[in-house]
Design a binder for this molecule. Structure first.
Ligand code: DGL
Length: 220
């Protein structure tokens, strides 16, 4: 079996899927878009744990040998819980705060994320670890993932423009796209915030990690 199961609440994980396909073209990928339970980013931890446990069991019953949580919200809330319950590798995605901290020159960065990711301990741990001399603006978006999911790209853009008004004079030079859905409209966000700001995400880092695990468990 050579199956990788990718889970997101909807279309957000497609960016990660694309990167995995580039690195491991021979792998069979099952993409689980859990639109029935969309959104993940505003749910309570216990509910998300239960949903993800069920989804992973389903993927395992289809022969999946590696799970990718292609969702920051799911990862920051549930990955430890899930790793205790399943003994196949589970790779997750966290906001690229380490990369932003490395790349910022102005020492001001922003993290665009869902409410659950914004307030999570995992996000704070990354900030405490990598951003000692950096000001970090955590910016939670209530509906942005939903607008992207429902292809309301114009509305999504208006929402980002409105919120960015409050931050555009804060000397921010790197923005972390801490929700996989946001990476799907990266070009549009770039237009709104301007070319001088770097947008970073974890999509390719996650794919590299998946490749490492895939090679380690030698399932070819
Ligand atoms: N794609 C998910 C993430 O990376 C969030 C979307 C949702 O709220 O369900 O956080």
């Amino acid at each position: 079996m050579k199956k990788i199961g990718i889970i997101d609440s909807g279309i957000g994980g497609r960016g990660i899927k694309k990167e995995i396909k580039k690195l491991i073209p021979q792998a069979e990928i099952i993409y689980f878009a859990d639109s029935k339970n969309f959104p993940y980013g505003t749910k309570e931890v216990e509910e998300l744990n239960r949903i993800l446990e069920k989804n992973i069991s389903e993927l395992i019953s289809k022969g999946t040998e590696i799970i990718v949580l292609a969702c920051n919200s799911a990862t920051v809330t549930s990955i430890n819980y899930l790793r205790e319950r399943f003994n196949i590798p589970i790779v997750g995605v966290e906001p690229a705060i380490k990369m932003a901290a490395k790349n910022t020159k102005t020492k001001n960065i922003a993290v665009f994320a869902t409410p659950i990711t914004s307030k999570s301990e995992a996000t704070d741990r990354l900030i405490n670890e990598y951003c000692k001399d950096i000001i970090v603006y955590k910016i939670p978006f209530e509906n942005l993932a939903g607008e992207i999911e429902n292809n309301k790209i114009g509305v999504a853009g208006l929402g980002v423009t409105k919120i960015w008004e409050n931050y555009k004079n804060k000397n921010i030079d790197v923005i972390v796209l801490g929700c996989t859905h946001y990476t799907l409209i990266k070009n549009q966000i770039q237009k709104i915030v301007g070319d001088q700001i770097e947008l970073v995400d974890s999509n390719s880092a996650v794919a590299q990690q998946v490749k490492k695990v895939y090679d380690e468990i030698n399932i070819d």
